[in-house]
Design a protein around this ligand. Sequence first.
Ligand SMILES: NC(=O)c1ccc[n+]([C@@H]2O[C@H](COP(=O)([O-])OP(=O)(O)OC[C@H]3O[C@@H](n4cnc5c(N)ncnc54)[C@H](OP(=O)(O)O)[C@@H]3O)[C@@H](O)[C@H]2O)c1
Length: 348
Amino acid sequence: MAKLNFGGVEENVVTREEFPLQKAQEVLKDEVVAVIGYGVQGPGQALNQKDNGINVIVGQRKNSKSWDKAVADGFVPGETLFEIEEALQKGTIICYLLSDAAQIEYWPKVKQNLTPGKALYFSHGFGITFNERTGIVPPAEVDVFLVAPKGSGTSLRRMFLQDRGLNSSFAIYQDATGKARDRVTALGIAIGSGYLFETDFKKEVFSDLAGERGTLMGAVQGIFAAQYDVLRKNGHSPSEAFNETVEELTQSLMPLVAENGMDWMYANCSTTAQRGALDWWKRFRDATSPLFEELYDSVAKGAEAQRSIDSNSKPDYREKLEVELAELRESEMWRAGKTVRSLRPENN
Ligand SMILES: NC(=O)c1ccc[n+]([C@@H]2O[C@H](COP(=O)([O-])OP(=O)(O)OC[C@H]3O[C@@H](n4cnc5c(N)ncnc54)[C@H](OP(=O)(O)O)[C@@H]3O)[C@@H](O)[C@H]2O)c1
């Protein structure tokens, strides 16, 4: 582990320099990594590991688009692609990448196949942290750990193919074999992480649930919608409102922030823009802080987890989700966005 300084605070992290791919291959050479679930994370993690020379198989229910996708991606039925139960038997490391709700349903079958010495791997602290609600309590004789990529499985794969890396956290919940740290670090490197930072299951799930409900997804859509509506109410065209709210941010400004930080983005904008942003950002912080506090409390008391379990366990959850996504898609702002995207020169 390397000790690095983050904003004045020291943290232990694992970089690819100190734990190169060859070391990961060596640690995992006798393992069968069974990726259970081929949804969003499954493909990214399974394909990256396969390309990195790890012995990986996929477990996925048949008669599903996800099964067909695994076949199209090169996994061979009966050789590297199996029904979930068969993959659970064959795997020595079980990467449990079903949706968090389906993990509850399948847990009895997973538990049955967790013979001593195997490892149970998650990409989220959800099932274990909220085990009073999920019932996921692993046997004592297996390693239990997580690697949680900080991004979509789609990005994990895309960035791997671009020779980049998506940062991930890792945590060890149970080290039954004495090899948990090596195993989890090797997996983190093999799935294509940038650097790995250590956390625990509870912190992982609390920060993840807060982050996605907050700035990463919920809050960002909320402030987009608020600004867009105010501009529209004041007579601005959809084109103007969308460009000033979303397009400029995603196409021009966020890439600058990604490259070199917020101050650098500010430094590359007009002095008029800088003055306004410097005057207003603290007001937005102060206005939204109470909401973020409320959100964190809701996560910490388990209410967000329960809501997720309840809604995602329903048989018709996909249909209901589609209705809510359609509401976003059909809103004027995102319909305007579709047109704006179609006008990008690279799309013509
Ligand atoms: N999405 C991300 O990018 C992301 C990022 C970081 C961490 N994670 C974590 O990674 C894990 C996997 O998440 P995900 O987003 O990849 O999940 P997902 O896309 O929802 O994957 C669903 C997988 O679960 C299967 N599944 C769903 N319901 C099932 C059921 N009732 N019976 C059998 N299989 C069922 C799906 O098969 P079918 O297609 O056949 O339904 C598919 O293989 C979760 O712990 C999540 O928190 C995800």
